[in-house]
Design a protein around this ligand. Structure first.
Ligand SMILES: [Zn+2]
Length: 123
């Protein structure tokens, strides 16, 4: 399984970074987790929020957020809708399924209705 993140929203914050006090380099992002395997693509319904400071290269965890950061976070959170989780089959899954059906149909015709494909019992 391969994990990817879909970025739903990214916003730069003008608040002070709790680590380095820079006011320009924090980015708030809302992401959704997506997992891929050969047969399935699953997207999770939970929202992953994170704040990252590009200046000091620190992830700013919710415990470190100031009330200002929380306010901006709440504001941005309201602008995005709660993602829905879903499962989708890949084209690979469908091609395998198609092949299986094709083989099954072929076997069925060959065994029970050989005349359709021109193999008839002439006796
Ligand atoms: Zn910082």
């Amino acid at each position: 399984m391969k994990t990817e993140y879909i970025i739903l929203k990214e916003a730069s914050l003008n608040n002070n970074c709790p680590e380095c006090y820079s006011t320009q380099d924090m980015v708030l992002s809302f992401k959704q987790k997506k997992m891929k395997s050969k047969f399935l693509v699953t997207t999770k319904s939970n929202l992953i929020e994170s704040i990252y400071c590009n200046k000091c290269e620190n992830q700013i965890f919710p415990g470190q957020w100031t009330t200002d950061i929380e306010r901006v976070y709440d504001y941005h959170k309201k602008t995005i809708s709660q993602p829905s989780g879903k499962i989708r089959f890949t084209w690979f899954f469908y091609s395998i399924l198609f092949l299986i059906l094709l083989v099954a149909a072929g076997a069925y015709i060959y065994l029970y209705h050989p005349n359709i494909i021109g193999i008839s019992d002439l006796n």
